[in-house]
Write a new protein. Sequence first.
Length: 276
Amino acid sequence: MALARREGMKAGDRLIEQRLADALDLSRAPIRLGLKALEAAGLARGEPHRGFVLAKNPTSIAAQPALAAVRRNEQVYATIAGDVLATRLPADVTEAELMRRYDVTRAELQRLLDRIAAEGWIARLPGYGWRFAETVSSPEAQAQAKAFRAVIEPAAIAQPGFALTQEVIIRLRERQQRVFEDEIEKMTIGEIFQSGCEFHEEIIRGAGNPFFLEALRRVNSIRRLFAYRSFADRDGMRRHVREHLRLLDVLETRRYTEAADLMARHLQRPLVAGLS
């Protein structure tokens, strides 16, 4: 829905899977799950031969109850993520246990589990129950992911031939400026995390080497879970976005050695809500 708000979409506009996947740098599987979740909330509907369309204007009063339900699901999702990271949940869980613990219906829980499974940190057990992936709650995993990014992202900027078009820089700057000025107070945890991923993945794409981009996307799939620990630190998020804007200024003038150093320092700072 954040994308729909940004692009001024209105009721009746088509929600095209591939276009959304390209815009959010995701595969079509999680996009499809997201569209089904919007349909369940009454914000989208499926139409014959058209796929999904937006059912309500995202800024309208009529959409607010549905948006509140989406935000509540996001809060439950964040609580599950926090419980997994703090090892407050066993590795193997049942749907009945999760429904009681988080006070959700079976349908709500199923949508959450489908989303988590698509992100790769839970899997259905044969016949019964679910199992959380061991790596996502490992105390070493976050530090390892951060260290890996501190190597590949500055290295990508330092590659011969690295370049970002003016169009890309302008688009990234406009987006980061909007986040910095007021959107950060309205964004869900998932939207904040995705914003950070989009920024860094677009920059690493400038190396022209698909292996850099694929490596970053893989580590981001693990980082997604870590992003929920410090979500309340809005001031910290703004500091990170300010660093993003400074990095764009340096990249625009093609001072790539300086930009690589800035990226390295940026990634060495404490992780804030997945924005790094």
